[in-house]
Design a binder for this molecule. Structure first.
Ligand SMILES: [Fe+2]
Length: 411
């Protein structure tokens, strides 16, 4: 279907008096990548004045009124970081060092890094227990800390991928040509703004969002001179508040939204942001898909989001902010989070030549522990975890901007 035909059919949807349809909007609401609290409150007040019955709506069929799980938590619940930080002992570090030498001895490509090629006799069972905590416990943990300055850049990548294979063996493809490792670093001084479509490559604040995939791992090669705090928030906690106070927004989130393909083919895709599947609430979305960011503004030739969707986007951001936990992410730390039930964000930061924030990211999956997926997410997972053989996996040593953050790619 041509874009004009899509527009025509959307128009008819509106004419068909489907005022509450997820595709009924004709103009993009006043909403930016950076959430504006005043706009949010004004939009909420306006919508509730127009329809005071919204908070009394019923939840979509089958959606729970309240989630009870260790995955439901608030930042203030955590008193001591030792509850989620696992400190590696000198014996573990020796074991990791031995595994690096062992892997070099095998002369295999980095894609072959696995539990068997990177053996960790005593640390592996601990990582297995921590992996369970990701899927069925609180949903996050931090490993502290790898002495990154003692290793070459390539060896740090080997350590990161090697340890991570014991947490979740499958690595997701994040970029073209089976790139499975992404660098999170400010590239705005070396790249034109118009080529940067994601805040990951700037010093800017990143608002609450999820990546794609089961588990997001971040490895801090270096932290910023100032700021850049990594924040996480339980989307299950946010769900409970919405279910109690604004069930209409749960309905909005569970209907189809027009995700911007930023010039790709197709130009946009439709799917919910929030799923209720196999007794799990799964949230998958990035705000920039609906607002654009810097070099990738929201496409004007695709359906705009609705006022209800704009309110839902801001509401989940501000609720996530309200219940967030700031992680004291240190150089050499590896952070693992359940990306299906935890939002993440990061504060704006300032680099200096001596302290330049540089993180490495992996998208992981542990098939033995993994949750069942809703059908609409299956194509994404297939592309992520099952589209390239391990020996094809590419680990870019130098930072590069992902194709998806330049527009037109599907990752
Ligand atoms: Fe992210």
């Amino acid at each position: 279907m041509a874009i004009s035909e899509v527009a025509d059919s959307l128009q008819s949807l509106t004419i068909d008096n489907e005022a509450s349809s997820p595709l009924s909007a004709t103009t993009q609401p006043d909403i930016e990548y950076h959430p504006n609290e005043e706009n949010w409150k004004a939009r909420t007040a306006r919508r509730l004045a127009e329809d005071p019955s919204l908070p009394k709506s019923t939840l979509p069929a089958g959606f729970p009124t309240r989630l009870e799980s260790p995955l439901v938590w608030e930042g203030k619940d955590w008193k001591d970081e030792l509850e989620w930080v696992y400190n590696l002992t000198p014996e573990h570090l020796k074991e990791i060092d031995d595994a690096v030498h062992h892997f070099h001895g095998l002369s295999k490509p980095l894609g072959e890094l696995s539990r068997s090629t990177f053996p960790l006799p005593t640390l592996a069972p601990i990582l297995s227990t921590l992996a369970h905590a990701l899927y069925t416990g609180r949903g996050f943990f931090v490993l502290r800390t790898i002495p990154v300055s003692s290793y070459s850049h390539e060896d740090n990548i080997i350590i990161y991928a090697g340890i991570s294979s014991h947490v979740a063996p499958l690595r997701g493809v994040q970029d073209l040509n089976a790139g499975v490792l992404a660098h999170i670093k400010d590239l705005s001084k070396t790249h034109l703004a118009k080529t940067i479509g994601a805040p990951a490559y700037t010093t800017d604040k990143q608002v609450f969002h999820t990546d794609v995939g089961d588990i997001v791992a971040l490895f801090a090669l270096e932290t910023a001179h100032e700021g850049g705090v990594s924040r996480i928030s339980s989307s299950w906690r946010v769900y409970n508040e919405l279910a109690e106070t604004r069930p209409d927004l749960i309905k909005t989130l569970s209907e189809d939204w027009p995700f911007d393909g930023f010039g790709g083919d197709p130009p946009y895709t439709l799917r919910p942001l929030l799923f209720n599947h196999d007794s799990k609430i799964i949230t998958q979305y990035a705000r920039r898909s609906f607002t654009g960011f810097l070099g990738l503004p929201r496409s004007t030739s695709i359906p705009p989001i609705t006022e209800a969707q704009a309110e839902a986007l801001d509401t989940i951001h501000f609720l996530a902010e309200k219940y967030n936990l700031g992680l004291n992410f240190q150089k050499g730390d590896i952070q693992y989070i359940n990306n299906l039930s935890i939002f993440h964000a990061r504060d704006r930061f300032v680099d200096t030549p001596e302290k330049t924030r540089h993180l490495l990211r992996l998208w992981l999956r542990n098939e033995e522990l993994a949750w069942k997926l809703p059908e609409k997410l299956e194509p994404i997972w297939k592309r992520l975890y099952y589209s390239a053989m391990p020996d094809e996996h590419r680990f870019p040593v130098e930072p590069e901007i992902r194709a998806a953050s330049k527009g037109g790619a599907k990752y």
